[in-house]
Design a protein. Structure first.
Lengths: 313, 273
């Protein structure tokens, strides 16, 4: 069981890069601890800006810093970053094409028991709708590291959502990674699973369950929700009979909506969207919430079987 | 009349041309803020087409972005682009001279127009200067109606927390906004006290349409160390065109041909004095 969180990986990547690049700046909103960025603040205090609990200011000040050549990484809980400071993200980061990477920590239902105020199940829909904003939900620690390394090399706006807890490994140190290219984890002809973020390990386990039952399963890790890798998606979807999307998000405007939009336009077939419901969510740990709504390996496998039965596969 | 004030009046004449041709813009605020912009761009700030690519240029953010019409005239006059193009195409289909500052127009640092963003952009630019040990200064111009936006107070807090003495804000305090008197819409009479309580050095400018007073205030601001400064510039909305002065209906009013001709006559009289 992996114990290293994706937020820790983000800090490690930034620590390594900041040593040779003084323009890298981390900005937090009393969130350095939650973001695992305390080590960065201690090692590079001159490259760390504390904004206090003021997410609007966090984002606009980050854009102001970027306008003067800084490479800014602004980290705050995804629930606040994607709602309280949404207009700042739209205007100051996306519209002005600022070199700011917004890091939404403790995304989705990471803060499960804290209630809806602390959930961010609308962030994909919100940020994907902003022109010039990219949306990434890396799955495991290896992919998170490669993604951060890639984002350090460019100067465009991005939103990265990570979970609070550690995610099971899907890849290894030698993983293939190309920015904006989905990772093909399984190839199959009955069903295609498309997942992002923390749902990828669960979908991977679900894929194994289905394979054991004799099903031919494909699985895509669509960590790059926007720009979505339509080429890889459509190539895999054309081989499959049913497509099932899995995301830690509302059923509207997220990965499922975007996958369905692409598939219905280019290679129509049944698309089933597994997501959190449009409603007040049950309280509990994220693991308990996932199980409750069928977003664990067994639930995903079950939903896939039902979808195949409906299609007489 | 001194040359700077005369320049501001000539720019008023340009603004009238621009907004009349387009039937767009925010003429009342343009005419209240134009002296502030003129003093900043022609006396105070070190920014021009020649040093635009230099990291040491002074930074400017127009937080009350709806007065882009006025800013375009100043930037055109400064040589960033052909001013006549802005006059002729302002708000027209396909024009880069849209109703709020945008970075497709040379001389604009960042897009703005949604109120309550400029001060925080300024905090970011001023922080970057401190980090890099650069001497440039950052100027932000806000409206008084805009001060109802809560994000301004987050930025005020941060500017003072980080002792940003390289940041200078100006509030174009013309006391009117789209619905009426700012005092009635959301009172900001004690704006100076608010800034002071947030740790800012506050410089009231009795006549914010007087270039001499503004220049003196900016010199004072630059001399203050350890904290940010703000000019509370008491201006008159619609200043320079008598029928527009202090009248809320000219927040974004559109002139008839007769009104346009009267405005031009009045402004040209001053310019030809």
């Amino acid at each position: 069981m992996n114990k290293i969180t994706n937020r820790q990986v983000i800090c490690d990547t930034l620590l390594e890069a900041a040593g040779t690049d003084e323009d890298i700046v981390v900005v937090c909103s009393d969130s350095r601890g939650s973001a695992s960025l305390s080590a960065f603040a201690e090692k590079y205090p001159a490259q760390f800006v504390e904004m206090g609990i003021a997410e609007q200011n966090l984002v606009t000040v980050s854009a102001g810093l970027a306008s003067c050549g800084k490479k800014v990484f602004a980290a705050s809980p995804a629930c606040f970053l994607s709602t309280r400071s949404y207009e700042q993200a739209k205007v100051d980061v996306a519209y002005s094409k600022a070199n700011v990477t917004l890091i939404g920590i403790s995304g989705g239902v990471s803060y499960g028991a804290l209630g809806m105020t602390h959930h961010s199940c609308q962030d994909i829909a919100a940020f994907a709708a902003l022109p010039d904003m990219r949306v990434y939900l890396p799955s495991d620690r290896f992919q998170t590291a490669r993604l951060m390394e890639a984002l350090l090399q460019d100067s465009l706006p991005a939103y990265v959502r990570v979970s609070r807890s550690a995610t099971e490994d899907v890849y290894g140190e030698d993983m293939d990674f190309t920015l904006n290219r989905a990772n093909v984890l399984m190839e199959g002809e009955d069903i295609l699973l498309v997942a992002c973020g923390e749902m990828v390990p669960a979908a991977f386990q679900a894929g194994k369950i289905l394979q054991e039952k004799g099903c031919s399963v494909g699985l895509l890790d669509m960590y790059c929700v926007k720009p979505m890798d339509e080429e890889t998606l459509l190539a895999a979807a054309r081989k499959a009979k049913v497509v099932v999307t899995v995301e830690e998000h509302s059923p509207y405007g997220g990965l499922g909506s975007m996958v369905a939009q692409a598939i219905s336009a280019h290679c129509p077939r049944k698309v089933v969207n597994l997501a959190l419901p449009d409603g007040h969510l049950v309280g509990g740990t994220n693991t308990e919430i996932f199980a409750h709504y069928g977003l664990d390996a067994e639930g995903i496998a079950r939903a896939c079987q039902e979808a195949m039965e409906e299609c007489n596969i | 009349m001194d040359e700077l004030t005369k320049k501001a009046y000539r720019l008023r004449r340009d603004i009238i041309e621009e907004v009349y041709r387009s039937s767009a813009g925010h003429v009342g605020g343009d005419l209240s803020v134009i002296d502030i912009l003129t003093v900043l761009y022609f006396r105070v700030m070190h920014v021009s087409p020649e040093n635009w690519d230099s990291p040491d240029r002074d930074r400017f953010f127009l937080s009350k972005g709806h007065c882009a019409d006025a800013l375009y005239m100043v930037l055109g006059e400064k040589g960033f682009f052909d001013k006549q193009e802005a006059i002729e195409t302002f708000s027209a289909y396909g024009s880069r001279f849209i109703g709020h500052p945008n970075t497709e127009v040379p001389g604009i640092e960042m897009n703005s127009g949604s109120l309550g963003h400029g001060l925080a952009l300024g905090v970011g630019a001023a922080l970057a200067a401190k980090m890099d040990g650069r001497d440039y200064r950052t100027y932000v111009v806000l409206g008084d109606g805009e001060m109802a936006e809560g994000s301004n107070y987050e930025a005020m807090m941060a500017a003072s927390h980080y002792n940003l003495d390289n940041l200078c804000a100006t509030v174009d305090w013309n006391r009117l906004q789209i619905s009426g008197a700012t005092r009635d819409v959301m009172c900001s009479d004690d704006l100076g006290e608010k800034f002071a309580s947030f740790g800012w050095n506050v410089i009231p400018v009795e006549d914010g349409n007087d270039c001499g007073q503004l220049l003196e205030a900016y010199e004072q601001a630059a001399a203050v160390k350890g904290r940010p400064s703000v000019l509370i510039a008491h201006t008159i909305k619609g200043k320079g065109v008598s029928f527009m002065e202090d009248n809320k209906s000219w927040h974004h009013g559109v002139m008839t041909k007769e009104q346009y001709e009267a405005a031009v006559r009045e402004l040209e009289e001053v310019c030809n004095e």
